[in-house]
Design a protein around this ligand. Structure first.
Ligand SMILES: [Zn+2]
Ligand SMILES: [Zn+2]
Length: 261
């Protein structure tokens, strides 16, 4: 099983997950062309893609979904609320949209994929817990809070992609962000801060092998702050947990953050 983060953050999100000679995309928030280019650059094969799963309808998660689905003839899975924003298309350009429901597992080749509810200002957003033969990957970004139920999925992971969006101090001092936007980011329907992520990491058991800090803000965070906060949180863990930083779209053109099981 291999997981490659093609991009993460408000300028685009997409994760390539390969298992048993098939692959799925979680979110497709760059242009279709750019996503396919990045998959090839990462040494993977875009033709292994068999499905696209979407977390929610914001542009940084869906931009390339319909173009890729049409080009490769693969379905897009999402909650009813999320799929509303994906164009139907007609005739040859028709997109195969498949509705999913939170907490109902979908089997995709050897992957068991369970969508779970997250708290974000979108219609019906979800995270994904993905079990494969070699391990479990959980994707939890774009959420203002982590509930007990969400936490139960995070705990099961070998690899966790956890949001570490903003440094509270930087957000507070940012003169370019209006108050209402700051409130939105901090709210229960916004994003997880470095401190929130640290609290989550502190409560996780040491069964987890690696964390990829994700959906980092360009304006209200730095790679160093996100990393230090997570490192401090995991300092007292008995077993070593690898901490990786997902890169933003503009931060990389190759050499993507990846994890192989
Ligand atoms: Zn987002
Ligand atoms: Zn969003």
């Amino acid at each position: 099983m291999r997981c490659i983060v093609l991009a993460s953050g408000s300028s685009g999100n997409s994760i390539y997950l390969e298992a048993g000679h098939e692959a799925v995309l979680i979110d497709a928030g760059l242009s279709g062309k750019e996503i396919l280019r990045r998959i090839s650059l990462a040494g993977a094969d875009p033709h292994l893609l068999k499905a696209i799963f979407l977390t929610h309808e914001h542009g940084d998660h869906i931009t390339g979904a319909a173009p890729i689905a049409r080009r490769l003839g693969i379905p897009i899975f999402g909650t009813e609320g999320t799929l509303k924003d994906i164009p139907e298309g007609k005739g040859k350009r028709q997109v195969d949209k498949r509705k999913i429901t939170v907490y109902t597992q979908i089997i995709q080749n050897e992957l068991k994929i369970t969508p779970f509810k997250i708290s974000h200002d979108a219609r019906e957003p979800c995270g994904f817990c993905i079990e494969g033969n070699e391990g479990t990957v959980t994707i939890c970004t774009d959420t203002g809070i982590v509930t007990e139920r969400t936490f139960s999925y995070l705990k099961k992971s070998d690899l966790l992609l956890l949001e570490s969006n903003y440094c509270p101090e930087m957000l507070k001092k940012n003169p370019y962000y209006p108050e209402h936007l700051k409130r939105r980011i901090r709210s229960e329907h916004g994003h997880l801060s470095n401190d929130d992520a640290a609290r989550v990491l502190q409560s996780l058991s040491c069964d987890i092998s690696a964390v990829i800090l994700s959906h980092r803000s360009k304006d209200n965070n730095t790679p160093d702050k996100a990393m230090k906060s997570a490192q401090n949180a995991l300092m007292l863990q008995k077993d070593e947990i690898r901490i990786l930083l997902a890169r933003r779209k503009e931060e990389t053109d190759s050499d993507f953050v990846r994890y192989d099981f």
